[in-house]
Design a protein around this ligand. Structure first.
Ligand code: PBG
Length: 324
């Protein structure tokens, strides 16, 4: 005890770095990309400065830029030309994500690991993540499962290295695992958005991915932000169904959840630093109220410290440049 023990002794000089417990590396990063079938030049988004929707033809250039910065992985979201009630463009072998994956893998091969978001919300006319009973305004769980399976298989056959279902349907990991296994895709891992909260932090993304909804909200399938034990059950079920990586989303307001999950299951764990978390920092930075670069670093470091092995973030390229 004081004065024998003085915590400040290790805070000066090189030893400060030697006792550092957490470090951020470019290897931790997954860079989200939005591919839009309806455009032929990049389209900027006002609430996500520096992030653009890209035409299919530019997907591999953008992935190459990320890979050249040392970022190991990208995750693709698609904006299709056609939406319908079941979201059938999602499993079209010539769909937007399938074409983009094909392009990227053709150009870059193993230089970039391609993950695809598997969800119907960008493809359905009502914007929900599953099949809907329009009369009752209900999102139907079980009829959605085979559609997610088909979608995942179509991504894998197009060349995706990993699929990431984000629709929060019960049993989705099991159905997708079965569908992949029955279609010669036994080696494709699944990163489950296992613990996904019904969050206002997704606001800017819905502009980015054109995935707003025509009625209600997503609270009948996404989690209540008040719950923590429920997150453990969600993660446990997905692990039992065969998930290889578990994701917590959003990240920043849910670091306690991330920590509980990593500590309890010791499974590779991802955290999604979502669009609203990105937009807040960009906005305050632009106002001159915060130092954007320092805040970005501190926030991403905190996500890593809480237990994330990998971080999906729109800051990926910025951080990669900073670490160079
Ligand atoms: C849905 C999906 C969402 C995000 C990723 N996948 C939005 C939602 O559930 O409404 C949000 C990502 C972000 O905000 O950055 N497929």
């Amino acid at each position: 005890m004081f004065p024998q023990v003085r915590m400040r002794r290790l805070r000066n000089g090189k030893i400060r770095e030697m006792v550092r417990e957490t470090s951020l590396s470019v290897n931790d990063l997954i860079y989200p990309m939005f591919i839009d079938e309806n455009i032929d030049s990049p389209m900027t988004m006002s609430s996500m400065p520096g992030v653009s929707r890209l035409p299919v033809e530019m997907a591999s250039d953008e992935a190459k830029e990320a890979a050249d910065l040392g970022i190991p992985a990208v995750i693709l979201f698609g904006i299709p030309s056609n939406k319908d009630e079941t979201g059938s463009n999602a499993w079209d072998e010539n769909g937007v994500v399938q074409r983009a994956v094909h392009e990227i893998k053709n150009e870059l091969g193993k230089d970039v690991y391609v993950i695809t978001d598997v969800c119907l919300c960008e493809y359905t006319s009502h914007g929900h993540c599953g099949v809907v009973d329009m009369e009752k305004e209900q999102i139907l769980n079980d009829p959605t499962l085979p559609l997610l399976g088909k979608t995942a298989v179509s991504h894998a056959l197009a060349g995706a290295d990993m699929v990431a279902p984000s629709g929060m349907m019960d049993g989705m990991i099991k159905s997708i695992r079965n569908a992949l296994d029955q279609n010669n895709c036994k080696d494709i891992p699944i990163m489950s958005y296992a613990v996904k909260y019904s969050s206002a932090f997704y606001g800017p993304f819905r502009e980015a991915a054109d995935s707003g909804y025509s009625f209600g909200d997503r609270s009948s399938y996404q989690m209540d932000p008040a719950n923590s034990d429920e997150a453990i059950r969600e993660a446990e079920l997905d692990i039992l169904e065969g998930a290889d990586v578990i994701m917590v989303k959003p990240a920043l307001s849910y670091l306690d959840i991330l920590h509980r999950i990593k500590t309890k299951f010791n499974i590779p764990t991802a955290a999604y630093n979502v669009s609203g978390e990105f937009a807040m920092i960009k906005a305050a930075g632009r106002m001159g109220w915060l130092d954007e670069k320092k805040i970005m670093y501190e926030v991403l470091l905190s996500i890593k410290r809480a237990g994330a092995d990998m971080i999906l973030t729109y800051f990926a390229k910025d951080l990669a440049r900073m670490l160079q």
